[in-house]
Write a protein of this length. Structure first.
Lengths: 114, 110
């Protein structure tokens, strides 16, 4: 179930670095999602894009900046992160945001902030 | 918002045993999915099952939407079944957000 591709698999960054996480799908899905997962916890929604427009921002700090350059790509730009932002970041996609269809998740990027 | 409760929180099985995992949700939903997260963090779709019963090999799932619960059955468990099983639900009038339960951590011993 890896039709959603995330890069990189692992990322270590300092608190002053700027980095980006990338997500790609070629299933023709028009809704894409970022989730954050801490150890021993369920995934928590961060952002939803629908037809390349930001639809939901779950009060995420501005040091996380999402971008959807086209219907297949979703980025998450990271800047001035804190050690507590270390987590597994999961991207997902679905046919549409509010429609009878499942979400498909990528394998995640494991982020460590030092 | 919707509350999703999974039970049991932890489960230890001997290889070959059967098990039932439960997911209760507090309101009507449009979508329900079961996932398996393996020890490497991969979140694998098991079932998309807003209602009814589905089977896939040794796994099957039943959702009774009117009574707001879903069950995941694992038969003849194998060590590769170990990991965390999540139930997640969506309501379209809440932006289609997928809300996860806390998960059931399964450990299958050889």
């Amino acid at each position: 179930d890896t039709e959603v591709t995330q890069t990189p698999k692992h990322l270590v960054m300092g608190m002053t670095n700027k980095k980006s996480l990338k997500c790609e799908q070629h299933m023709g899905h028009r809704a894409m999602y970022w989730y954050k997962q801490k150890a021993k916890k369920p995934p928590e929604l961060m952002f939803v894009y629908s037809y390349e427009k930001l639809s939901i921002n779950e009060s995420v700090p501005s040091r996380f900046s999402p971008e959807c350059p086209n219907s297949s790509l979703l980025n998450l730009h990271l800047h001035a992160l804190q050690p507590e932002d270390s987590a597994l970041y999961l991207c997902a996609s679905s046919q549409q945001q509010s429609r009878d269809s499942p979400l498909h998740f990528g394998n995640g990027t494991r982020l460590t902030v030092t | 918002g919707i509350q999703v409760e999974q039970s049991p929180p932890d489960l230890i099985l001997q290889e070959g045993a059967n098990s039932t995992l439960r997911c209760n949700f507090s309101d009507s939903v449009n979508n329900l999915q079961w996932f398996h997260q393996n020890p490497w963090g991969q979140l694998i779709n098991l079932f998309y099952i807003p209602s009814g019963t589905k089977q896939n090999g040794r796994l099957s799932a039943t959702t009774v939407a009117t009574e707001r619960y879903s069950l995941l059955y694992i038969s003849s468990s194998q060590t590769t079944d170990s990991g965390v099983y999540f139930c997640a639900v969506r309501r379209y009038n809440q932006g289609g957000k997928l809300i996860f339960g806390q998960g059931t951590e399964l450990s299958v011993k050889p």
